[in-house]
Design a binder for this molecule. Structure first.
Ligand SMILES: *Cc1c(COP(=O)(O)O)cnc(C)c1O
Length: 393
């Protein structure tokens, strides 16, 4: 995603807050992207695990074109049939509760954070105020979501932030020691994506659930990157068979159209009374048409099976390319390769081979293609990555 070497353009009117790869994509088709010179790339990043159905998917094109020509936006001052329809598709795949729609991942976590506050302040008369999240976690860039995000370089320049107790990811004893009846909520990613695709150790989410239940703290599972089929189940926490109190979604939900969402169990959802929270754009008809199309496809027969199979194919191929010296982490089509050095050279070499890959923290190569990727395209991905790996060794 970010190449640290791109110099800021002196002619740009943009704030230079992104380190961008030196390429402009102007068109996409399925799992392929085309740059402004007409070169074709296999896209193994999907816009940070966003383009669930690839680019220009015919069903998404049809649904969005129809919605654009019908009605884009009315605001949350009016009934929202699209939100009702989308929630009715998501809730049965997750757990019993109610949904709120917003525009991004960080906003979904802000809404979840406010639910946690209401849980402590209203449901427990202010007796629960402590918030716990995990070292290595990433929950977004707005101030509430940033306060539960661990990475010091993201947080420190923006302090003071609401206080959070950070616990080492995967450390049950540390969590047990940090927990108490004054904890309102625990925020966790089932797989820490941004920090380098770190999968929660088996059994960890179960123990987190138990501790939250014992102390009546809300368990907020951030499935913004891992949800919507990315790991081979509809939601990643389902691999462990736990039920959160609150779940946040975004990235893959709109297939590229900005949308975020929160699902909360009924008693938690009931705390959010009219006037306490809201958004102008959240869940507008266009965004919901996108979400609905993605949900229909992801729940269609064989879709998740493809994610599981392509995920195995990808891991096996990566094992052949990188050998036993590089740790491979991930599930389904969210995979990290632990490199020994900064990934930007490999990312650049891959681009020269016609392959787009991403990076994550701690020198991790991040591979997160569209979920519609075929077996032949995974082979192509592996060939191109192998060539890039050879080229830069
Ligand atoms: C990307 C991400 C976010 C933030 O989402 P934005 O849409 O960029 O605000 C939050 N949590 C996780 C786990 C993410 O991967």
């Amino acid at each position: 995603m970010n190449s640290p070497t791109t110099p800021p353009s002196p002619q740009s009117f943009l704030i230079q807050n992104y380190r961008r790869q030196d390429v402009s994509f102007v068109r996409g088709d399925g799992c392929y992207l085309y740059d402004d010179a007409g070169r074709r790339y296999l896209d193994a990043f999907a816009g940070v695990a966003v383009c669930t159905l690839g680019h220009a998917h015919p069903k998404l094109v049809e649904a969005l074109s129809r919605q654009v020509a019908t009605l884009i936006h009315t605001s949350n001052h009016f009934e929202q049939l699209g939100q009702e329809e989308l929630a009715a598709r998501i809730v049965p795949e997750a757990f019993a509760g109610r949904m709120l729609f917003c525009n991004s991942g960080t906003e979904a976590n802000e809404a979840a954070y406010k639910l946690v506050r209401l849980w402590g302040n209203v449901a427990h008369e202010g007796r629960k105020r402590r918030i716990i999240s995990f070292e290595g976690g990433f929950h977004g860039r707005t101030l509430g979501a940033l306060s539960i995000t661990h990475t010091p370089s993201y947080r420190t320049p923006f302090e003071p932030l609401p206080s959070t107790d950070f616990v080492p990811f995967g450390d049950v004893d540390a969590l047990a020691a940090a927990m108490g009846d004054d904890v309102a909520g625990v925020f966790i990613e089932p797989i820490q994506g941004e920090s380098g695709v770190h999968v929660a150790p088996p059994g960890f989410l179960t123990r987190v659930r138990e501790l939250c239940t014992r102390h009546r703290a809300l368990l907020v599972v951030d499935e913004i990157q891992t949800g919507l089929g990315r790991t081979g189940r509809m939601f990643c926490h389902q691999h462990e068979g736990i039920t959160p109190d609150v779940m946040t979604l975004a990235k893959g939900l709109g297939g590229g159209v900005p949308i975020g969402a929160v699902l909360a169990t009924e008693p938690v959802a009931a705390l959010l009374k009219p006037g306490l929270h809201g958004t102008t754009f959240g869940g507008n008809p266009l965004a919901c048409a996108a979400g609905l199309t993605v949900m229909k496809e992801v729940t269609s027969s064989g879709f998740l099976g493809n994610v599981v199979e392509r995920g195995h194919q990808l891991l096996e191929g990566l094992r052949r390319i990188f050998g036993p010296t590089h740790e491979l982490r991930g599930m389904g089509l969210l995979v990290g390769v632990q490199l020994q050095r900064e990934p930007s050279e490999l990312v650049k070499a891959a681009r020269a081979e016609g392959l787009v890959v991403g990076v994550a923290g701690h020198n991790t190569l991040r591979i997160a293609p569209s979920l519609i990727i075929t077996a032949a395209q995974v082979d192509e991905l592996l060939e191109k990555l192998a060539a890039a790996h050879r080229a830069q060794r």
